[in-house]
Design a protein around this ligand. Structure first.
Ligand SMILES: [Zn+2]
Length: 525
């Protein structure tokens, strides 16, 4: 373990800056200097990496805490492009960089399909991660046989989310997301719903007469639930609109309930915050339950974050500090929810910025936890259609136009139509040539609308490097779709070696359960 700890210490020191590899990186200088390395450096670095792995010992201690990070829509291509982007932001060539969690010793490929769909949505996948059971698309924690949108019997044979077992044995639980806290991924931590769209009573009533008649609860109201214990200790993210009544802020609730006020009333030491100043001012030692709603809708993209909005790393830090007060341990799920939304708008720059924000949040978590007793898993719920292609030279700006090895900077490869093209593109989406497409306004908030030309545009480097540039696609759609290929899971801490091979997504729950011995301990209660 000792050798490994030394490696880990070096590795985590690297994580904090987010740009250093665990062993001497092949490129510490800008791309034009020594980007090839030497034979001896490649040989030494390769051998040292293998030696470090060969001397690892497995940690089979029972985990006290589990943190599950979910990059929504963080495909493997997003990881590769994201690590290059992060490296290039630090002035390096980029390819040699690793995101903080890519230093973790254990990795698996994860099959993401839902029981009725080859290409998954976030509700079915979040259910698989949180309950150990796959479901249909669009439902939150129902049985695999239950049909989306049907309220009746939605709890029949419904599996229990991991946070409910944790609450049952006195652990603390928390959820953090840059999306609305009632959005599919965070909802799966604390709620059951036959439809992910039933986020608040107004949307539920508008969407389903049957749900209203049969009294199905909306998702927002369930954030106050006891969950077989004393309920969530921490919930931080966006989505105040679903929690507040009409007339209060941008609240849309028509039942008059103010969930934030009810949260505060639930305990004398429960608190509610709405911006970074208030979050930073919280006295963690005297706060038992903390609700933070920082925006009416989703929080901003990381690349467009406003000043008094906390970043994902800040939210993660507060959540860990709050939850680790409990000696019995905790379960925390942290979602980088907007990688997905940026991809739906085919806006790769925004997606990569949110990926880097997740990398930073994981690095912050590593500074705060003891890996001897804390299992950390970083995964995605599903993929997207982002591709990285062409033959760009080493160090070519990852968001830029393709310039091949041997070409001068500013010189670009031309496609058959005589126009340059970017390294990153999407299989489908709003910026496709041939048909006029207006991007789906509900799918990608904050990205300026673009209406594409009938012909492919002649792109300039300046244009494609812009924060809100929409990459070109092959198939014209209002909103780019999810992808169906496997995603990655990276893990460190007790029993993280169970994260290996090609696994079904619901197995992630069972790995967390095994590490915590959770259901066994809950059964004794
Ligand atoms: Zn999506």
């Amino acid at each position: 373990m000792k050798k490994y700890s030394i490696l880990l210490t070096a590795l985590l020191a690297g994580c904090a800056t987010g740009t250093q590899a665990p062993i001497a990186p092949l490129t510490t200088a800008p791309a034009e200097v020594d980007y090839r390395g030497t034979t001896s450096r490649w040989m030494e670095n390769g051998a040292a990496a293998v030696e470090a792995r060969a001397s690892e010992r497995l940690n089979k201690r029972r985990a006290k805490n589990v943190i599950l990070f979910v990059g929504d829509g963080m495909s493997v291509t997003t990881l590769t492009a994201g690590r290059i982007f992060e490296g290039q932001l630090a002035g390096h060539s980029g390819e040699e960089n690793l995101l903080s969690f890519e230093h973790f010793p254990n990795t698996a490929l994860v099959k993401t399909y839902n029981v009725n769909s080859q290409v998954a949505d976030s509700a079915g996948t979040a259910s698989a991660l949180n309950t150990g059971t796959k479901t249909e698309m669009g439902v939150i924690n129902t049985a695999p046989t239950h049909t989306r949108g049907v309220c009746k019997d939605y709890m029949k044979d419904a599996p229990k989310p991991i946070a409910f077992y944790a609450e049952q044995i006195g652990m603390s639980t928390g959820v953090v997301s840059t999306a609305r806290l009632t959005h599919a991924t965070p909802a799966a931590v604390y709620a059951h719903s036959a439809d992910r769209a039933w986020e608040n009573d107004m949307w539920l009533a508008a969407l389903s007469e049957e749900a209203k008649e049969n009294g199905c609860p909306d998702i927002a109201s369930q954030i106050l639930g006891k969950m077989d214990g004393n309920g969530l200790e921490v919930a931080l993210g966006g989505g105040a609109l679903a929690m507040l009544p009409v007339g209060v802020g941008e609240g849309v609730r028509t039942d008059g309930r103010n969930i934030a006020e009810e949260w505060v009333a639930s305990s004398p030491s429960a608190r509610y915050v709405t911006n970074k100043t208030e979050l930073d001012a919280i006295d963690i030692s005297s706060t038992e339950r903390l609700l933070g709603l920082f925006t009416a809708d989703h929080m901003e993209f990381a690349g467009m974050r406003t000043e008094n909005q906390p970043e994902l790393a800040d939210l993660t830090e507060t959540a860990i500090k709050m939850l680790s007060k409990n000696k019995k341990g905790y379960y925390l799920m942290v979602e980088a929810g907007r990688i997905d939304h940026a991809h739906h708008g085919s806006a790769a720059n925004l997606a990569l910025n949110d990926t880097v924000a997740l990398s930073k949040a994981v690095a912050r978590a590593l500074e705060l936890v003891d890996l001897k007793d804390t299992l950390i898993i970083v995964t995605a719920d599903h993929s997207h259609t982002l591709t990285m292609a062409g033959y760009p030279k080493r160090g070519n700006p990852i968001l830029g136009l393709v310039s091949e090895p041997g070409m001068a900077d500013g010189e670009h490869v031309m496609a058959l139509d005589g126009k340059p093209y970017t390294t990153l593109g999407y299989q489908n989406g709003p910026n496709a040539a041939g048909v006029l497409v207006t991007p789906d306004p509900s799918g990608d908030h904050d990205i300026p609308p673009t209406i594409t030309a009938q012909e492919r545009e002649t792109l300039t480097e300046e244009q494609v490097l812009a924060l809100t540039y929409r990459q070109q696609s092959a198939i014209p759609l209002h909103s780019e779709t999810h992808g169906g290929e496997d995603v990655a899971a990276h893990a460190i801490g007790p029993w993280s070696h169970l994260v290996r091979g090609t696994i079904e997504q619901n197995e992630i729950f069972h790995i967390m359960d095994h590490a915590l011995k959770l259901r066994k301990r809950a059964a004794k209660k």
